[in-house]
Structures are given as structure tokens and as C-alpha cells.
Design a protein around this ligand. Structure first.
Ligand SMILES: *[C@@H]1O[C@H](CO)[C@@H](O)[C@H](O)[C@H]1NC(C)=O
Ligand SMILES: *[C@@H]1O[C@H](CO)[C@@H](O)[C@H](O)[C@H]1NC(C)=O
Ligand SMILES: *[C@@H]1O[C@H](CO)[C@@H](O)[C@H](O)[C@H]1NC(C)=O
Ligand SMILES: [Cu+2]
Length: 379
């Protein structure tokens, strides 16, 4: 009886064709894990899709994010005067390295580590005991505005901006454009940037050209389904993972931002506004981390499809559009300065046993598994 109740109380967990690819890759990852004495399953934590979290889990995550948006910055105010909060430290680190972490060989590993470091700060500095949730773009692609992530309720990451007359640069203007008006982050102050705003009217200019000056303003969004219903559907994620046979194809398709937009830009510009649409300052919108958690999930599922050949692969340069520049190497370091204590090599961050794993947990005898994302702490 008790067992039955547990089953009934277990969250209804969402599965789709992308999850099926994960199920296909899982045995290889399990086998890889079994070879390790230090990287054992009991050390793994589970990352879950926002829609699969209970209301209490969502509130605990929100509380931790609000905590780092109110705890003080650890950066030197002489260097980054605009960084007021611990949350801003992450934004500053991303701004600082933008030109060497996008369209580069370290794109995936850098953002994996960055998202992991954020999760660690939530846990270690704000008492959070959960993990970084992800935004499965495909699940909500038909209408992200009404998704539990963006519906504006107290268990959301806040909703759309106020509807104002505006232009968004990557999609037709949606129903927002102004300051967000609802949900837990409605009072959040964006302090850094802009550098590359993607909305008109633009936010006020930063007093410094590097975006590090103090420029307090509201969080603006223009969430719409224009891009999500074209480029971030489950079938788009499936095609990305299944049809990309090399790491170059995978990361380039994911980051494409032209006539066909990849899931990376597709997710960022589905939120749009300021700073979500700003290439440099995008982590200033807390939805960033749900988005990049899904980027990391997609990479993990891609790796698991051919684990032995995809664990330690790299392509691309060291600087964005670095034509003729040096190629990135697996031995290159990923350094997050003020937000993580150690610089890791790309090879470490690409290793299944080091950082990100998705493990299916069977709640029932059905072959639809819970799609859980387990993370192992960096040793
Ligand atoms: C920016 O990068 C430099 C190294 O290029 C580093 O010394 C500095 O601490 C970084 N600043 C931030 C805010 O991460
Ligand atoms: C926002 O600030 C106002 C005024 O200080 C306060 O009444 C309100 O509760 C705050 N809302 C949230 C969601 O924090
Ligand atoms: C993945 O691609 C292979 C061909 O490489 C194809 O046979 C298979 O049906 C595809 N799977 C999905 C789920 O699209
Ligand atoms: Cu980035």
C-alpha cells in the first residue's frame, strides 16, 4: 500500500523523443561510471526539468536565487564597480570572457562549468539543497509564455515584460518588451551592461564601455513563441543530437544564428529583452541558467550516443570567429576567476565522470523513465 502511494505521489515525469535518445545512451555511461572508484552513483545529484519540480522545490530554488541577488559581490569594486551582488559576479565573469567563450572550442565546457559553479554557489552560499533545474525547450515550445517557467506565478522564474511598443532584434515584437511585472523576480535590479542590447528602445547606456559600471534598471523580457515554435521544438533538439556526427557539427548547429537558428540562440531570444538578449550580459536574466542547464543536457545526451568517441573531442578556435587563429585544445584551461576556485582543463569538463551525467530512474515498470540529470561534484 505504502509503495503504491509512493508511486502515485511520484511526480508525473515527462518523456519525449530526446529522452529516448538519452535512454539509448545510458548503458554506455553506466558502464563508464562502473569503471571509476571515485565517481560513484551515490555522489550524483539529480537535475530536473522545471515542470517536474514540486511547488516547494521551485520555491526553494527561487529563494536561493533571490539570496544571491541580495548577498554582496566578492569582486573588487575598483575593477567592477557595477557588480553589487554575488549574482552580478557571474554576470561580470561572463561579460569579461564573452569573446573567447562563444563560437569557440570551449563553448560547451565553459558554459557547463559556469552553470555548475552557479549551482554550487546557490548550494554553498545560499543553503540550497537542490540542483540547477533545466528548461526543456521542446516541452514548452508551443507557448513558453504559459509554461510553468514563465507564467508569472510565484513558482515561476517570473513572466513576460509589460507590453510596450518596441522592436526585438531577432524576432517580431511579442507581447512584452517592458519590465517584468509579476513573479518572484519582479523587483530584481539588473546592474551591469548593456553591451549589445537586442531591443529597442534600448536600455540606458552603461557608464563604462566594458559594461562594468553601475547601471541599475529593471529586468525586461519579450517572451514569445516565434522562435521556440520554429527552432527549439523537440524535433529540432532530436535532429541536432541525432544528425550531428562530429563535435564541430553539434556545436555549430547548436549555435547557428542565421536563417536557421540553433537551440542556443533560439532559447536566449525566446526570452529576449534586456539583458537576456544581450550577448554579453545574458546571465543577468536568471532564466539563463535553466537555458544553459538544457544546453548541457543536450551535450551530455549527444556524448552518450557514442560515448567512447565523444567524451574527449574538441573543435573550434580560441576566440570567437577566430579565423586563422589558434585552435582550442583539450588541455586549455577554463577559468571562472571569482565564481569558482579552480581552473579546469576542457578535457576534465568533457569527462563523463567529472561533471554532468543524466541517469534515468525508473519510477514504474513503464519504459518511460524519469529523465533525471545527475551531476557529480568536481573532486
Ligand atoms: C577578467 O579576466 C582577467 C584575465 O583575462 C582576470 O584577471 C579578471 O579577474 C577577470 N575579471 C572578472 C570579473 O572575471
Ligand atoms: C517588490 O517590492 C515591493 C515594494 O518594496 C514589495 O511590496 C513587493 O512585495 C516586492 N515583490 C516581490 C515579488 O518581491
Ligand atoms: C537517427 O539517425 C539515424 C540515421 O543516422 C536514423 O536511422 C534514426 O531513425 C534517427 N533516429 C531518430 C530518433 O530520429
Ligand atoms: Cu555565454
Amino acid at each position: 500500500m505504502f509503495y503504491l502511494q509512493l508511486l502515485l505521489l511520484a511526480p508525473v515525469v515527462y518523456g519525449d523523443a530526446v529522452s529516448d535518445l538519452w535512454d539509448k545512451g545510458k548503458p554506455a555511461l553506466d558502464a563508464q561510471l562502473a569503471k571509476s572508484t571515485t565517481c560513484t552513483k551515490d555522489k550524483l545529484l539529480v537535475r530536473r526539468e522545471w515542470g517536474d519540480l514540486s511547488a516547494d522545490d521551485k520555491k526553494a530554488y527561487i529563494k536561493a536565487v533571490l539570496c544571491i541577488t541580495t548577498s554582496p559581490s566578492k569582486l573588487d569594486p575598483a575593477k567592477v564597480p557595477g557588480a553589487k551582488t554575488r549574482y552580478d559576479d557571474f554576470v561580470a565573469v561572463h561579460i569579461n570572457q564573452t569573446m573567447s567563450i562563444h563560437g569557440t572550442g570551449n563553448f560547451l565546457s565553459w558554459h557547463r562549468y559556469f552553470t555548475w559553479a552557479y549551482e554550487q554557489v546557490l548550494r554553498n552560499e545560499c543553503g540550497y539543497t537542490g540542483t540547477q533545474p533545466y528548461w526543456d525547450w521542446g516541452r514548452w515550445s508551443a507557448n513558453p509564455e504559459t509554461s510553468p517557467i514563465f507564467d508569472g506565478s510565484e513558482t515561476s522564474m517570473s513572466g513576460n515584460g509589460e507590453k510596450i511598443t518596441h522592436q526585438s532584434f531577432m524576432a517580431p515584437a511579442g507581447n512584452g518588451g517592458g519590465c517584468i511585472t509579476s513573479g518572484p523576480f519582479k523587483n530584481m535590479t539588473v546592474n551591469l551592461g548593456p553591451i549589445s542590447p537586442a531591443i529597442s528602445p534600448a536600455p540606458p547606456a552603461n557608464p563604462r564601455s566594458d559594461g562594468f559600471g553601475h547601471n541599475p534598471r529593471c529586468l525586461r523580457r519579450d517572451i514569445s513563441n516565434y522562435l521556440s515554435s520554429r527552432y527549439t521544438r523537440t524535433q529540432d533538439i532530436l535532429t541536432l543530437i541525432n544528425n550531428s556526427k562530429t563535435i564541430a557539427a553539434f556545436q555549430n548547429t547548436m549555435q547557428a544564428a542565421g536563417t536557421t537558428m540553433g537551440v542556443h540562440a533560439g532559447g536566449h531570444f525566446t526570452v529576449a529583452g534586456d539583458p537576456a538578449g544581450d550577448f554579453y550580459v545574458s546571465p543577468g536574466d536568471p532564466a539563463f541558467y535553466l537555458h544553459h542547464s538544457m544546453i548541457d543536457r543536450a551535450w551530455t545526451i549527444w556524448q552518450a550516443q557514442d560515448l567512447q568517441n565523444r567524451l574527449q573531442v574538441i573543435a573550434g578556435g580560441r576566440t570567437m570567429m577566430g579565423f586563422g587563429g589558434a585552435a582550442a585544445a583539450l588541455t586549455d584551461e577554463v577559468n571562472l576567476y571569482s565564481v569558482a576556485s579552480k581552473a579546469w582543463k576542457i578535457s576534465d569538463l568533457s569527462n563523463a565522470c567529472i561533471i554532468a551525467l543524466h541517469i534515468s530512474m525508473h519510477f514504474s515498470s513503464s519504459n518511460r523513465c524519469a529523465i533525471n540529470w545527475r551531476l557529480i561534484g568536481i573532486p
